[in-house]
Design a protein around this ligand. Structure first.
Ligand code: NOJ
Ligand code: CA
Length: 543
């Protein structure tokens, strides 16, 4: 295989608001990231993806950008950003930025100007006349739904028109039918690549082109999606960006691709994006909608992982990001906390592909008991709650649904130590800190040689020093359906990785002979032909 740097490195996602605050305003900042670079290096991290740091009114915490070439003052200055890039470079850590180009903020200068139908910016967005109902009520131009509940259109009295927004009303969609929009995007890409970023994580990239604005087939969720998911125009845009800018800069891209299938992913991976994020493995406990949960079954996880491993030569492998609850609280266990955190980490680190670790995952951070909707900041959770209440769902039940999947679980501040506010800030944190920080925190885990953090480091080091784990072939072994068992091989060696993803012991008929390189249990014997709850064994075959 022709190895590029992204085949070799462990990626780590930073959600800057919640990472580390240095000036006591309760919000994480760039100096905070700089202060933790040595820590990230100690995690074997070779690249970081930073969620948006740009100027933004923060209706969706930075995913609503009002100036793509400016740093939000709450995170620091452009000089801070340049210092971060320089310091990271010294440690050989690459940085990728979040590229949010499906929509801007409604406070972006382009949008403010676009309200005037005579403005040259009017066609930067989708402005349309609405419909009128029989009773004379103003109605949106079509029936599309916003991803965050309600119609995907908002009425603007100043021009008597509606504008499209697939997310909140504060996030108007850009119109790529207008070639000027793509030219603006190119200039943004060049701006950041010239500053030294290594590439981009491309937000909801497979929605950016709309084939038509006709009514969509009525659905419970995402009505309209057949008009904007994986549209041919999206491929044309990405090819153009790739050929003209990304390729010449040798930039890396990873696309957040909503509802992606394997075949659709292959199209993006052919000269458009370097990698995609697919979500099958983090939806195994969804029931129809993200809000509703079904019982987690480990074999569903095994199957979801296998499916992508077998069909896509080079995957992103992840369980967490800033939109998802914590993996141990979904797929792990309280009783076997350490075993389950390490089992999940092992699957991220040893499957084939580029591993993405989300901040705090390396210490096994868990979901938070927020107590009630009043402690939730996430706009999508608040909207879902209001919608459920509108349909008369009782408060308690509505809260339970929201609490299942609120994005705030992953956004609660990183737990650095057992001091006030977990050492995240000296001020008032913008979002509740998990009260379990007194037990789960980086400092305590640095001291305890058997902590999740040390297990993570052992595994990450093993991965990084072993050619077969970084880029060797992978072959699955037939065994109990809850066990993930596979070999990784290079020219010289074969390694066997077995991970029991179940909270119960599982029998197997695998041959586990060889040198044990890593285990998340103290003693190991293969006599019983049983893997204990969440047991991991990594074995080097000897001949
Ligand atoms: C996906 C991002 O990950 C999420 O946080 C955001 O709300 C939406 N895209 C809209 O930008
Ligand atoms: Ca701060």
């Amino acid at each position: 295989m022709n190895n590029k740097w992204w085949h070799e490195r462990i990626f780590y996602q930073i959600y800057p608001r919640s990472f580390k605050d240095t000036n006591g305003d309760g919000v994480g900042d760039i100096p905070g990231i700089i202060s933790k670079l040595p820590y990230l290096k100690s995690l074997n991290v070779g690249a970081i993806w930073i969620s948006p740091l740009y100027a933004s009114p923060n209706f969706d915490n930075g995913y609503d950008i009002s100036d793509y070439k400016a740093i939000h003052p709450e995170y620091g200055t452009m000089e801070d950003m340049e210092r971060l890039l320089a310091e990271a470079k010294k440690l050989d850590i690459k940085i990728i930025m979040d590229l949010v180009i499906n929509h801007t903020s409604f406070q972006h200068d382009w949008f403010l100007k676009s309200k005037d139908p005579k403005s040259e910016y009017h066609n930067y967005y989708f402005w349309r006349k609405g419909k009128i109902s029989k009773k004379g009520k103003k109605l949106p131009p079509n029936n599309w739904q916003s991803m965050f509940t309600g119609p995907a259109w908002t009425y603007e009295p100043s021009n008597d028109m509606w504008y499209l927004h697939l997310f909140t009303r504060e996030q108007p969609d850009l119109n790529y039918e207008n070639p000027k929009v793509l030219e603006e995007v190119k200039s943004i890409l060049r701006f950041w690549l010239d500053k030294g970023v290594a590439g981009f994580r491309c937000d909801v990239i497979n929605l950016i082109s709309k084939t038509s604005l006709k009514d969509g087939k009525k659905r419970v969720y995402k009505t309209g999606k057949e008009h904007y998911l994986n549209a041919p125009g999206c491929h044309l845009i990405l090819k153009e960006l790739n050929d003209e800018i990304l390729e010449p800069y040798a930039a890396y891209t990873v696309g957040e691709t909503m509802d992606i299938t394997i075949d659709a992913a292959k199209d993006y991976l052919d000269g458009e994006l370097t990698q995609v994020f697919a979500f099958d493995q983090v939806q195994v406990d969804y029931f129809l909608l993200p809000t509703f949960k079904r019982k987690y079954k480990p074999h569903r996880m095994v199957n979801a992982l296998k499916k992508w491993q077998l069909k896509i030569p080079w995957n992103t492998v992840f369980y967490e990001n800033h939109d998802l609850p914590r993996s141990v609280s979904r797929f792990g266990s309280k009783k076997y906390y350490k075993e389950s955190v390490t089992a999940l980490l092992a699957s991220v680190l040893f499957l084939r592909g580029t591993p993405y670790i989300y901040q705090g995952q390396e210490i096994g951070m868990t979901n938070v008991d927020f107590g009630g909707i009043e402690n939730i900041e996430d706009v999508s959770s608040r909207n879902v709650y209001n919608l459920l209440r509108k349909f008369k769902v009782p408060r308690k039940l509505a809260w339970r649904f929201v609490n299942n999947f609120t994005r705030d679980h992953g956004r609660s501040p990183v737990q650095w130590n057992d001091k006030k506010h977990a050492g995240f800030t000296t001020g008032k944190p913008w979002l509740m800190v998990n009260p379990n920080y007194t037990e789960i925190n980086v400092e305590a885990q640095e001291i305890d040689q058997d902590s999740v953090l040390h297990h993570y480091r052992k595994m990450a080091t093993l991965r990084q020093k072993t050619k077969a784990f970084k880029n060797g072939d992978l072959e699955f072994k037939k065994t109990h359906r809850d066990i993930l068992a596979f070999t990784r091989t290079d020219d010289l060696n074969e390694y066997l990785v077995v991970i029991n993803l179940a909270s119960k012991a599982r029998t197997h008929k695998l041959n586990l002979d060889g040198e044990v390189l890593y285990s998340n249990y103290q003693e190991f014997s293969d006599k019983a032909k049983k893997l204990r709850p969440f047991e991991v064994q990594i074995i080097k075959r000897l001949d």
